[in-house]
Write a protein that binds this ligand. Structure first.
Ligand SMILES: O=P(O)(O)OC[C@H]1O[C@H](OP(=O)(O)OP(=O)(O)O)[C@H](O)[C@@H]1O
Ligand code: HPA
Ligand SMILES: [Mg+2]
Length: 178
């Protein structure tokens, strides 16, 4: 697997520091609230697990599974919900936890969908953001890193369902795609 990596963009140690920083901001903002984190599967799974363990008060978690990339490096533009939330979010203070925002189509769809369920508040926390690629406008309160327009993998993020288990964020060699 390591032979397929072109460049490591963020190491395990750098990611740990960044997740700590985001958790500290969220903890300060939500210390008097009843926080519900919603992880967007599958990509956000690793980030969500690390982020929630750095918040020092009891919170609730839930997951939704959404997919729009399939086996391609380009969004299909159609967001498929593969698993819905388990519980109602009405009246809750919700943060959606994402691994990456690219076109913004996934989160545009999810924020409209979640807003119709009447949460008390709804914010977005993403580890990575590719602003150059944005199609749908989004207000994102918590952003880990802004990255250039390059397809990346690792720390939960895949290419064709592989490389999610790399412990760092990396680009892949061209030969992997051909
Ligand atoms: O801003 P966008 O262009 O919509 O892209 C971002 C979304 O794409 C990826 O998910 P994907 O649909 O590949 O499913 P996965 O999370 O199961 O990998 C990623 O995890 C985000 O959810
Ligand atoms: O850069 C990316 N890598 C993997 N999956 C993705 N989904 C949106 N952008 C990306
Ligand atoms: Mg995803």
């Amino acid at each position: 697997m390591k032979n397929d990596v072109k460049e490591i963009l963020y190491s395990e140690a750098q990611l740990n520091e960044k997740v700590e920083e985001l958790a500290a901001r969220i903890s300060a903002d939500y210390k008097d609230k009843d926080l519900l984190l919603i992880g967007v599967l599958k990509g956000a799974n690793v980030f969500m697990c690390d982020l929630m363990r750095k918040i020092p008060f009891p919170i609730q978690i839930d997951f939704i599974a959404a997919s729009s990339y399939g086996h391609s490096t380009e969004s299909s533009g159609v967001v498929k919900i593969l698993k819905d939330l388990d519980y109602s979010i009405e009246g809750k203070d919700v943060i959606i936890v994402e691994d990456i925002i690219d076109t913004g189509l996934t989160l545009h769809y999810l924020t409209e969908n979640f807003n119709s369920r009447k949460p008390n508040s709804l914010e977005i926390c993403t580890l990575l953001d590719k602003p150059e690629r944005r199609i749908a406008k989004l207000d994102v309160k918590y952003i880990g890193y802004q990255i250039p327009d390059e397809f990346i993998v690792g720390y939960g993020i895949d290419f064709a369902e592989r490389y999610r288990n790399l412990p760092y964020i990396a680009t892949l060699k061209e030969s992997v795609y051909s």
